[in-house]
Design a protein around this ligand. Structure first.
Ligand SMILES: Nc1ncnc2c1ncn2[C@@H]1O[C@H](COP(=O)(O)OP(=O)(O)O)[C@@H](O)[C@H]1O
Ligand SMILES: [Mg+2]
Length: 352
């Protein structure tokens, strides 16, 4: 097929005076783009890379690819990950991965948590702050974890995200408002192991409109390939990181990533995490690929909590969680990338 690889390169992102140095931390490197192009080419595809910017509509109209491999994170705005998919739908071009609504929803962590809560899926109790002095919900208990509502790659996440009292909470709120200019999410701090589960595929069984309340109801996940869970090995990081998967670990220290994959879990724990991953994938409307981040609550029998779902998980062959998980499953990087493309091609009835 003629494939257009669409991405936002960190090196081409716009810059302005006073922007924070981590502003584009979630964008892609040339190494990732080259790896994806090479992987698609090994399956005989004719691949062209296009930057996801304002010139994209003209370029796509000219190129007329059969399908787009979309990993654009977007630049500006509270639904930036959905800009390119919206454009592709206007141009009637097929593309890999989740669609407009899902990408806008999942970029917004509080909105996603509201959906999870509606479906009785476990996510830490939370409060959203729009101003520094908003009263704290009396049901919230310290320690609280404070992070931006609409960022990724650990942006705004450090040991200071864990706050122990009102004073620290207000300092952290002020810091995040000043730096990220968006609502701030305060969550119950979940002290425990951190696991992420990658999934490739699409649900093939007909599903009811709401997840069943019944604990014993069959767990639907046919059509999804669960990759082995990855645990971030916090014991290998300096104490300053406070056992949190910080911005520093995800960027500066990314090449020296300490993890366990497959994570040492009991079959029951694995089954629970896979089911929660499938349920989160389903209720947020994901397609083709995603990664769900969890924490086990060490103070409550290791109860799993969903932190977030990433419908555009990083695809750097050397250090992205999803790629490490695929490797642990015995997949090559080429297989992972082409599987994502094939899932999308199948949905559109294209033969690859
Ligand atoms: N409620 C919480 N309790 C404990 N740690 C948390 C909580 N929320 C986030 N974290 C830590 O911060 C990291 C980043 O948070 P996450 O919501 O996954 O955002 P990102 O989009 O930056 O990955 C997590 O991987 C975890 O280590
Ligand atoms: Mg995360």
């Amino acid at each position: 097929m003629r494939v257009a690889l669409l991405a936002n390169l960190k090196k081409n992102a716009p810059h302005w005076l006073g922007m924070s140095p981590d502003h584009w931390d979630d964008l892609d490197s040339e190494a990732t783009i080259e790896a994806i192009m090479a992987a698609l080419r090994t399956n005989g595809h004719d691949v062209t890379f296009l930057e996801g910017n304002t010139e994209l509509p003209q370029k796509l109209t000219k190129l007329q690819p059969d399908i787009c491999f979309n990993i654009c994170e977007g630049h500006i705005g509270d639904s930036r990950e959905s800009h390119v998919p919206a454009l592709l739908e206007m141009l009637r071009l097929p593309y890999t991965g989740s669609q407009v609504l899902t990408l806008a929803l999942t970029l917004d962590k509080p909105m996603t948590k509201r959906i999870l809560t509606y479906h009785d899926l476990p996510t830490p109790a939370f409060q959203v702050f729009e101003r520094v002095n908003e009263p704290l919900d009396p049901q919230m208990r310290f320690p609280i974890f404070v992070k931006p509502s609409r960022e990724g790659t650990g942006m705004g996440v450090s040991s200071e995200s864990i706050v122990q009292d009102e004073g620290q909470l207000r300092v952290q709120l002020r810091r995040l408002f000043d730096k990220y200019d968006q609502p701030v999410l305060a969550e119950q701090f979940i002290d425990g192991r951190e696991i992420t589960v990658g999934v490739v595929g699409n649900l093939t069984t007909p599903v009811a409109w709401r997840l069943p309340d019944d604990e014993d109801a069959p767990r639907l996940s046919r059509g999804l390939h669960f990759l082995p869970p990855l645990e971030v090995d916090m014991s290998r990081y300096p104490e300053e990181e406070a056992g949190v998967y910080t911005s520093r670990i995800k960027t500066e220290l990314a090449h020296d990533f300490h993890y366990l994959c497959p994570a040492p879990l009991t079959p029951e724990q694995m089954e629970d995490l896979n089911w929660l991953t499938a349920a989160t994938f389903r209720v947020t409307g994901c397609l083709d690929v995603a990664r769900v981040d969890f924490r086990f609550d060490a103070n409550d029998n290791n109860k799993p909590y969903i932190l977030e779902i990433n419908p555009l998980p990083g695809l750097n062959p050397d250090y992205s969680d999803l790629c490490i998980e695929a490797k642990a499953a015995g997949w090559t990087y080429e297989q992972l990338v082409n599987q994502i493309l094939d899932e999308a091609a199948d949905r559109y009835g294209l033969s690859s």
